[in-house]
Design a protein around this ligand. Sequence first.
Ligand code: HEC
Ligand code: HEC
Length: 287
Amino acid sequence: MTFKTLTSVVVVLGGGILLAACTTKTTSTADAVSVPSPYGDAPGDVWSGYKTSLKSTQAMQDDDFENPAMTYVDAAAELYNKRVGKANKSCADCHGAPNDPKGGSLGIPMIGVGAKYPVYDAQTKKPINIELRVNRCRTKYQKAKAFKYESDDMLGMTMLVAMQSRGMARTTTADNPNNKLHAAWLAGEKFYYQRRGQLDMSCKSCHEDNAGKYIRADLLSQGQSNGFPTYRLKWQKPGSLHRRFRGCNKNVRAQPYGYGSDAYLNLETYLAWRGRGLKVETPSVRK
Ligand code: HEC
Ligand code: HEC
């Protein structure tokens, strides 16, 4: 039996970053292929932004009655049960209750979705995240209008779906060259290490090199995605992961990409891998 270890080597060359992937052959099983985490693989090396949140913010997240995102989730739960569109079907008609482990008449449960997404979408041959998956069901099965990406309905529905996996560890094997998401993972990795904007900074500059340290008034986390959509006190509402990407791009005065764009779907795929093993915290609360 053989297995491959793929190691990503990051070489910093006078301001530029060169990424090289090298493959070595050793002996073990084929599915044991795995790239080591950039943060390390010991327990506690990979951590959630919950850790660097203020105690008062953590307390809001810990208590569903205090968590301001829950109003949006409650509205989405009503919508989930509502028959809409030309097909006059509700989400529940096909999937059962959001917390139905059997997944209703179709046997497709919402439990587990937040832990495994984004997944490979055979239709587009790209990653699909929960937002786009919800819209697929809206248009294809309910024959209803797609939600706007950053609308309250979409944020609420995405949180409702993702939170059915709260406490479950996030899994992905997109680093495996045999995984159909591998090309997206590679593109996401490249994006992550690319310096950009007037400040000439990459995601790594803040979330890998300086995680746990202050940048002006902000205590930096590893920039993990396990709590999204998140309720941001600054926004006074929930926001998607892609909104956060846009914010972090704009902070270094770089061009932001579109909601649901390929660039951000790739980044989302890569980020899920950087945070593999972290528990789903949706809806998290952040500053
Ligand atoms: C008429 C039946 C139908 C309705 C109504 C429907 N879906 Fe789906 N849904 C499916 C089917 C079938 C799949 C499996 C993928 C496919 O065949 O497209 C699916 C897949 C999904 C998945 C991905 C599950 C996974 O494990 O990957 C999610 C999430 C989802 N639906 C959420 C919703 C939500 C939220 C609604 C309401 C806004 C909804 N669906 C409405 C039929 C439906
Ligand atoms: C100039 C520093 C900086 C850069 C560069 C940067 N971010 Fe951030 N990011 C922040 C700050 C500050 C926060 C809020 C505090 C925290 O969680 O680190 C944040 C938060 C996040 C969060 C939310 C984490 C959570 O727990 O809610 C994600 C996800 C994220 N960043 C991803 C990225 C990605 C992906 C990139 C590269 C495209 C990037 N960031 C580039 C400063 C930066």
